[in-house]
Design a protein around this ligand. Structure first.
Ligand SMILES: [Zn+2]
Length: 290
C-alpha cells in the first residue's frame, strides 16, 4: 500500500510534469472510481477547461488546485485522488496501450494524459466544484491528523495524542487520526530507530521516548522520499519507475535476517492484524536509554 513517502514522490512527479496543460476531456472506465460528482458525465464536464496550478498532499490524499484561463474569481476547483491499496497515476502519451486495470483517463492538450491504473479498485477520485469546501466533498480530509512534516507535529502534540490510550504504540501509529500518512512500513522503521518495541503500550511511553519517536518518524519518511519511495511490487512513480527504499530497510520485511546494528535476527509478530518487524535486542518495552 502506498504510504506517505510514495504519495509525496507521486506529488513531486506530478508537479514537474502536469502543470498548466489544459484538461481537454477524459474517459472513465470504472464508474465507482469517481467518488464525486455522482454522475461520471458531471465529472468530465466539470474538469474540462481547467489546468492544474499546483499539487498538494494532505496525509495520503493528493489534491490538485485547478484554475481556468483567464482566471475568474470563483473558478478555482479541486481534483482529489487517493491511491488506496494499488492506485497509480501515470503521465503518458495518449497513444500508450491501455493497461487492463486502467480506470480513469484525463486528457491534457491533444497528446498527453494522466492515467489512473488500479488493480484492486479501492482508489478514489473527486472533483470539487468551485465555491464548495473541499472537506465537505472529500470527507476523509476532515478526520486527518497533522502531517508529520507540518510544524504542528511537535512532541507535545504526539504526547497528547498518545496519552491515556492503553493500546500498543504500533497500533496508534497506524491510526490516521494520530499521525497522517504513516503506514506499516514506516511505523516499523520508526519504532526500530527509536528503540521501542511495537507492542509497548502508549501509556508506558516516557516523554523522551516520544521525542525520539517523533524524530525517527520524520527521519524515516524523509529518507524514503529522498530515495524515491519504497519498493513495492506495484508502486511506480508517475513515469513508471520503481522506488528503492526497500533495499535499506532496518527491519521491515526482514524477519530472520540479521539486524543491521547488532546482528540479532529480526523477528515478526502480528499486532492488530498487521505484521510487525522488530529487533528484540535493539528495541525494548521501555526504549533504549530510558
Ligand atoms: Zn538489533
Amino acid at each position: 500500500m502506498p504510504e506517505l513517502p510514495e504519495v509525496e514522490t507521486v506529488r513531486r512527479g506530478l508537479s514537474q510534469l502536469t502543470l498548466n496543460h489544459e484538461i481537454t476531456g477524459g474517459d472513465v472506465l470504472l464508474e465507482r472510481t469517481i467518488a464525486y460528482p455522482f454522475s461520471v458525465g458531471d465529472f468530465i464536464d466539470g474538469i474540462k477547461g481547467y489546468a492544474i496550478a499546483t499539487w498538494h498532499r494532505r496525509g495520503k490524499y493528493l489534491l490538485a488546485e485547478l484554475s481556468q484561463s483567464p482566471p475568474a474569481s470563483s473558478s478555482t476547483s479541486w481534483l482529489g485522488v487517493h491511491l488506496r491499496m494499488t492506485g497509480q497515476l501515470l503521465w503518458l502519451h495518449r497513444d500508450e496501450p491501455l493497461h487492463k486495470h486502467t480506470r480513469v483517463r484525463l486528457f491534457f492538450g491533444d497528446r498527453q494524459e494522466l492515467r489512473f491504473v488500479d488493480q484492486r479498485t479501492f482508489g478514489q477520485i473527486w472533483w470539487v466544484p468551485p465555491s464548495v469546501a473541499v472537506e465537505s466533498i472529500i470527507t476523509g480530509l476532515a478526520k486527518l491528523a497533522v502531517d508529520p512534516f507540518s510544524p504542528e507535529f511537535t512532541v507535545e502534540y504526539l504526547a497528547i495524542k498518545l496519552q491515556n490510550r492503553r493500546r500498543p504504540i504500533k497500533t496508534a501509529l497506524l491510526d490516521q487520526s494520530v499521525v497522517a500518512g504513516l503506514g506499516n512500513i514506516y511505523a516499523d522503521e520508526a519504532l526500530f530507530k527509536s528503540g521501542i518495541l511495537p507492542e509497548t503500550l502508549c501509556t508506558d511511553l516516557q516523554l523522551k521516548q516520544i521525542e525520539r519517536l517523533r524524530t525517527a518518524i520524520i527521519q524515516v519518511l524523509q529518507a524514503s522520499i529522498e530515495a524515491g519511495g519504497t519498493t513495492f511490487s506495484n508502486f511506480l512513480n508517475v513515469q513508471g519507475v520503481n522506488g528503492n527504499y526497500g533495499g535499506v530497510a532496518w527491519v521491515y520485511n526482514r524477519a530472520g535476517e540479521p539486524c543491521r546494528v547488532c546482528s540479532t535476527l529480526i523477528q515478526r509478530t502480528r499486532l492488530a492484524g498487521r505484521s510487525s518487524h522488530f529487533c528484540p535486542q535493539c528495541q525494548t518495552l521501555r526504549g533504549v536509554g530510558s
